[in-house]
Design a protein around this ligand. Structure first.
Ligand SMILES: NC(=O)c1ccc[n+]([C@@H]2O[C@H](COP(=O)([O-])OP(=O)(O)OC[C@H]3O[C@@H](n4cnc5c(N)ncnc54)[C@H](O)[C@@H]3O)[C@@H](O)[C@H]2O)c1
Length: 441
């Protein structure tokens, strides 16, 4: 029998829809029945196939939550998820194919947005304009300019926003950050981050094919360029194509790069960014991103390095992804499971006292959902407020733009340009397909 923890880990690790049986408390439906209408939190879900549904499950496990409406451009997904949701609540959610109709409903307090990244900006801005609080999946957006637009819109409408960077609500990360901030590691001159996943090698190439029945492909493409249907660019695998995502660099980059930013309280952008890489090992596969990429983020007194390898899952310290903070007294190594210290030694003497390994309780995602719900009630900033999602998303996109241009980049947040580099500056902003327009904020 799969445990709840294994289930959530798998959900967060896989890029694809997996159909595992959730563990639903037997009295959940009774608890929901006992909530007075005025105390209910009515939510909507936009993008239901994979992460959206995992998000929704942890919302539905909260007795006060009612999922009133779900929206997807794939009718097959809508049907499947409607049935799944009825495991958690008695009320059948209304189905929508167009998210704007869901947003028009006055009874909905908050929405979860878990569509492919190229849709986040428009849908979040429209949700804010409709007066909704928003839980938006990471990465915040598929470009730097969209991130900036979303931040300005969020400030204007003053809604509660949680970005789906659930590590911000994980006890394993909070304790690691506290330890790093204690200074016990000594001077930290380097943080290394790595992310090795099989899905980062794309999938087998297949020819274009007719749009599957029940799918509104034009609405799936949205602001992205028009093209014929190809399965390798659709559900789940869109993240390996620039028009819709940023590959491992943004998919995992925003989760992991956010940790050194948190631990060092960095509220700015790197002094410079350089990168190298390419499609070296999977040339015959369907993908546009580098399967092999390194990025150096230069700060005044430390280097933050990123490395990803698609198609392999062996990594440093025997972890397929992770972070090491390299201090003069010792190195802290972490992933979502645990963190531990590898101390420096002088002869036989350790330079620091070594705490026991810290093991995760696997609750980061549900904590993140609960934090959002609490913040909606008390109208306070969430654990991963839009400013946090905005900052790290820009860092990650700069890593990709440095790779694509092959040049050292300096981002200027005041002018929202790359200094002295018009070509790289142009890559900050996507070209929306008519009649879609970048929101004007
Ligand atoms: N927080 C995490 O750990 C985590 C993990 C996985 C994915 N994610 C994020 O979640 C988001 C979704 O990823 P996924 O893996 O679920 O992708 P997916 O392709 O499996 O699912 C996306 C769903 O959105 C639907 N959709 C597309 N355009 C739509 C539109 N205009 N209106 C309504 N529905 C639309 C699709 O039909 C599909 O059902 C991404 O931003 C991804 O980065 C976060």
């Amino acid at each position: 029998m799969i445990t709840r923890r294994q289930f959530l880990e798998q959900a967060a690790l896989t890029a694809f829809g997996v159909s595992l049986t959730p563990i639903v408390p037997h009295d959940l439906l009774a608890m929901k029945r006992s909530i007075a209408p005025a105390d209910k939190l009515i939510i909507g879900l936009i993008g239901c196939r994979n992460m959206g549904f995992y998000d929704a499950q942890d919302f539905l496990l909260q007795p006060e939550v009612e999922l009133a409406a779900i929206c997807d451009v794939d009718q097959n997904v809508l049907e499947r998820r409607t049935n799944d949701i009825l495991e958690f609540q008695e009320k059948r959610p209304d189905q929508y194919r167009d998210y704007r109709e869901l947003l028009d409903r006055n009874d909905i307090d908050a929405v979860i947005i878990a569509t492919p990244d190229h849709w986040h900006c428009l849908q979040v801005v429209h949700a804010l304009e409709a007066g909704k609080d928003v839980y938006v999946e990471k990465p915040l957006a598929n470009s730097v300019t969209e991130c900036n637009i979303m931040l300005r819109a969020a400030r204007k409408y003053n809604r509660i926003i949680q970005v789906g960077q659930q590590q911000r609500s994980g006890i394993e990360w909070q304790t690691a950050v506290n330890f790093i901030q204690s200074g016990k590691l000594g001077k930290i001159g380097r943080v290394n981050i790595w992310s090795n996943f099989n899905y980062g090698a794309g999938s087998e190439k297949v020819p274009d094919s007719p749009v599957p029945e029940g799918v509104d492909f034009d609405m799936w493409l949205g602001p992205a360029p028009e093209r014929s249907f190809n399965e390798t660019r659709f559900h789940g695998m869109w993240r390996m194509f620039w028009d819709y995502g940023g590959g491992l660099m943004t998919d995992w980059g925003v989760h992991l790069i956010d940790m050194p930013l948190w631990s060092f309280n960095i509220r700015s952008f790197p002094k410079s960014v350089v990168a190298a890489g390419g499609i070296f090992t999977h040339k015959d596969r369907a993908l546009e991103m580098a399967d092999t990429q390194n990025v150096l983020f230069e700060m005044d007194d430390c280097l933050i390095t990123w490395e990803h390898n698609g198609g392999v899952q062996v990594g440093p310290y025997d972890q397929m992804y992770g972070i090491s903070w390299v201090g003069t007294n010792g190195t802290l190594v972490t992933d979502r499971e645990h963190w531990r210290i590898l101390p420096e030694k002088d002869e036989d003497k350790f330079r620091m006292e070594v705490p026991d390994e810290f093991k995760s309780d696997g609750e980061s995602h549900i904590n993140h959902v609960r934090n959002f719900i609490t913040c909606i009630k008390i109208r306070q900033k969430t654990a991963a407020d839009i400013e946090i999602g905005h900052r790290v998303c820009i860092w990650a996109h700069l890593g990709n733009i440095a790779y694509r241009t092959g040049r050292k980049l300096v981002y200027d947040p005041d002018t929202e340009t790359i200094l002295n580099d018009p070509e790289a500056t142009e890559m900050l902003t996507p070209k929306y397909r008519e009649p879609y327009q970048l929101p004007d904020y």
